[in-house]
Ligand binder design. Structure first.
Ligand code: GTP
Ligand code: MG
Length: 262
């Protein structure tokens, strides 16, 4: 248990509140609630204390997000010009909130500091690239990683190896330079690649995961969700196959037209 939470519980026990006796077992939900409330106020204090450096670090991560987003927009444009297709449907970006940063540091039992954030939390800057088809994901990720200012730190392929829950997505942790007035800084960014179907599933599952009072239904719901993920992955592959056939037909037609003109 977190040191501060233990201290807080001791204080509570010593307080005049007779309802909390020395030997009373405190349920996990209460501990979690205390932890959360503590973390919230701690987050505020930490951020206030480290005000300017923290804000600066967040601004750097925001710059890294902008750099990465631009790279994907350029790639999508390039595909549109060269191959008349737009593999990327949407790009979503987010900066991790101070509270989530502190919660993650606490989970890893690492004291809060600006250095600790940079060295231990790799998803402060998050970019999600939503593609139409699974093969577009690998193509776009490949072109992105070939750029000589991008350093790959970690690659997790949950499309080839889905999670137990059914979750699918390709995750990259990369480093990208940002150019400031007097220095070049390497910043880490987490990039998640998903198809529209994978993204839809993940959003739904995320919402349900944090729903309370699901009680005994949880297991059945998880089973159904896993089934949906598997069905949805099959559908992605079927649609990809249809697209391949349509493109093949287009190429045949174009060649025929070209032969007639010649
Ligand atoms: P985190 O500490 O959560 O960042 O986990 P990790 O560092 O082991 O990374 P992982 O690649 O497992 O997951 C990173 C992110 O992917 C999460 O923050 C979620 O956004 C997403 N994710 C991973 N697993 C799931 C899942 O089962 N369901 C949903 N909806 N999202 C998931
Ligand atoms: Mg993460």
């Amino acid at each position: 248990m977190n040191h501060e939470v233990r201290k807080m519980l001791q204080k509570l026990r010593k307080s005049k509140n007779k309802k909390i006796s020395e030997n009373m077992v405190i349920p996990q939900v209460i501990k979690d609630k205390i932890m959360r409330e503590f973390t919230q106020s701690e987050a505020m204090q930490m951020v206030e204390k480290q005000g300017a450096p923290f804000q600066r670090l967040m601004a750097y991560y925001q710059c890294a997000i902008m750099e990465v987003e631009t790279k994907f927009k350029v790639l999508n444009n390039e595909f549109s010009l060269q191959y008349d297709k737009n593999p990327i449907e949407t790009i979503k970006t987010r900066l991790k909130s101070p509270l989530s940063i502190i919660e993650k540091l606490n989970r890893k039992e690492i004291p809060f500091s600006i250095d600790a954030i940079e060295q231990n939390i790799f998803d402060v800057a998050g970019v999600r690239v939503i593609c139409g088809f699974p093969e577009d994901i690998y193509e776009i990720a490949d072109y992105f990683l070939r750029q000589d200012d991008i350093i790959l730190i970690q690659r997790k392929d949950y499309i080839q190896n889905p999670k137990e829950s059914g979750y699918r997505s390709l995750h990259l942790i990369i480093e990208i330079p940002i150019f400031l007035a007097h220095e070049k800084r390497m910043m880490k960014v987490e990039v998640q690649f998903r198809t529209i179907a994978m993204d839809f599933w993940a959003s739904l599952e995320h919402k349900l995961k944090y729903k309370k009072n699901l009680g005994d239904d949880v297991e059945e719901l998880s089973r159904q969700l896993k089934q949906c993920a598997d069905d949805s992955a099959k559908l992605d592959l079927r649609m990809e196959e249809i697209r391949r056939n349509v493109e093949k037909q287009n190429r045949i037609q174009q060649r025929k037209r070209y032969d007639i003109v010649r």
